[in-house]
Design a protein. Sequence first.
Length: 415
Amino acid sequence: MTASQFSALFVFALAASVLLQLWLAARQINHVRRNRSAVPEAFAGSITLTSHQRAADYTVEKTRFGMISTVFEAIVLAAFTLGGGIEWLMHIAQGWFGNGLAAGVCMIAMLAVIQTVLSLPFSWHSTFGIEARYGFNQSTPAVFWGDLLKTAGIAAALGLPLVTLVLWLMQQMGAHWWVWVWLTWMGFSLFVMWVFPTWIAPLFNKFEPLPDESLRLRIEALLNRCGFVASGIFMMDGSKRSSHGNAYFTGLGKTKRIVFFDTLLKQLDGDEIEAVLAHELGHFKRRHIVKRIIWTFVLMLGLLWVLGQLMQEAWFYNGLGVQTQSTAAALTLFFMVLPVFTFLFAPIGSWLSRKHEFEADEYAAQQSSARDLINALVKLYRDNASTLTPDPLHSVYYDSHPPASLRVAALKRLA
């Protein structure tokens, strides 16, 4: 393949990806609008028309904003690749540090900073525009900028050493460097999962033991029935940033913990909280988390092997606007353009995630109550302004959870 042929292939894939995303977004907007005037029959007795229409308007506005973001991101990607942005950053870094390892690390760091700065207006509008307009935002500019600085500090403390080690391995480990990089990345990922609950998350939020003693005892009984051992059950001040409710598991081994947003505890009663937790335990009992980790590791091994083949070809660099071949340029270009060539496969991951959600719901129905889980989901759909009428094709592509109507219908059969 020649450089010009690869450039043409990249332009075609980028244009096709953007057009497909815009078409799916337009379908979502039109479908939600068409169904705005009436609450679906399955939810008519539990969600008001006002709430349904608010969710529709919220979904439409977020989707429209997403279309603008999609186009902007494509323009930025083209500027960094075909427009010579990566080449320009590499020249600057080499002017400061020569042709060694430090120049590659510097180039990647500069790219990360620029991308963060370019994304700030979108994050700001999403937080203080859309989320605030619909009553979800609880954050302040001080919290927003504080989160940004903390994230940057963590990225520098953890990311820079990792990037340095990866580039060194790519240069020093010969033809099979990708195996060593894969082992390094896998170890780093597991390390972050392990330290996140106790070292990283507390930098952003306050965690305290569940204050409701009766609820805590109830949850502990459920954990015992399900054979799940956790280091603690915590309430997190999610209301510091948003009124959206949530709950999650985090950590590995002895650092595993269960976290409830304080907003979720206010939204649901004890039976519903137990049902939601039973659903989350379903992911654990059905080994969904382990399967996803294994799948991610296997996929990354394959991707690194592909990168190992591409970085030996001049057309890979030249076709993406880079004349100065280096391991840093190869690593950066590969992971920047990868989403363009893999977007068509997005429905596979979404389908697998929805399958896991159905399985976790089934487990929750066995260990708790399907009816309580339905009540909890309906409240969350209502309070989080989740649309009850997504476009089916848009849902196939993007949604990690089944559409509300299908999920509730499946739970009703289990009940």
